[in-house]
Design a protein around this ligand. Structure first.
Ligand SMILES: CSC[C@@H](O)[C@@H](O)C(=O)COP(=O)(O)O
Ligand SMILES: [Zn+2]
Length: 215
């Protein structure tokens, strides 16, 4: 029989869903949220993740389930997030990652549709929400991947992009017309990075609406 999911993991996911919903980043049943679980259910480890199709504003323990690092549900009667493969991909690639969040904001959806294969964020104080950026005097190229309903193929594209990026790899990416993935060592850090990133994307949107900054 599978180990139970620790209460702290469920609380972290439920609270993250509530916070993301408050900001209108998870409309309808959009978004998914996970944490790495302690111990090793199988060789690769296990995660707790939202079940597919639940509204993230109203999560409870019944909306969270455990999967192996290959995305396979411990309870085959339950359906994990359709995008579980993207969560597992981040945990597999980065052993220090403890939480992954995915949201669909207006800013990340609109901006990812009009940009090329990345968005440059430069000169923002909020860049300091990301690791290794101690000052606003910095720039990041946030990767954008084309949307794909085939999650295994999308994860392969993500890994191919990581392979082309200089280390250290930014802890997040956009999916065009779809949303954002962000991760961190724990849920607080993942949410702080998400909030920082969404703030900067909202600024980029606002800047477009006023026709750009004066020179
Ligand atoms: C409400 S459409 C959004 C989904 O297609 C998907 O992108 C999403 O974020 C949520 O899927 P889910 O399977 O509930 O985790
Ligand atoms: Zn999504």
């Amino acid at each position: 029989m599978a180990d139970p999911i620790p209460d702290a993991a469920i609380r972290a996911i439920v609270e993250a869903g509530r916070r993301m919903a408050e900001r209108n980043w998870v409309p309808a049943t959009a978004g998914n949220i996970s944490v790495r679980l302690p111990g090793h259910q199988n060789e690769g480890g296990r995660i707790a993740i939202t079940r597919s199709g639940f509204h993230k504003a109203h999560l409870d323990s019944g909306a969270v389930m455990a999967v192996g690092m290959d995305g396979r549900p411990e309870n085959p009667a339950l359906r994990p997030s359709a995008e579980t493969g993207l969560h597992c991909g981040a945990y597999r690639a980065f052993p220090e990652v403890g939480a992954v969040v995915h949201g669909h904001s207006i800013a990340n959806t609109v901006l990812s549709r009009r940009a090329g294969d990345s968005i440059r964020l430069e000169g923002y104080e909020l860049l300091k929400a990301f690791p290794g950026l101690p000052t606003h005097d910095a720039a990041i190229e946030l990767p954008i991947l084309d949307n794909d309903q085939d999650i295994a193929r999308l994860q392969a594209a993500v890994e191919a992009r990581w392979a082309r990026m200089a280390a250290p790899i930014l802890p997040g990416y956009l999916i065009r017309g779809h949303g954002v993935y962000v991760w961190g060592p724990d849920m607080d850090a993942a949410l702080a990075r998400l909030e920082g990133l969404e703030f900067m994307l909202a600024c980029e949107m606002a800047n477009l609406s006023i026709g750009g900054y004066a020179p």
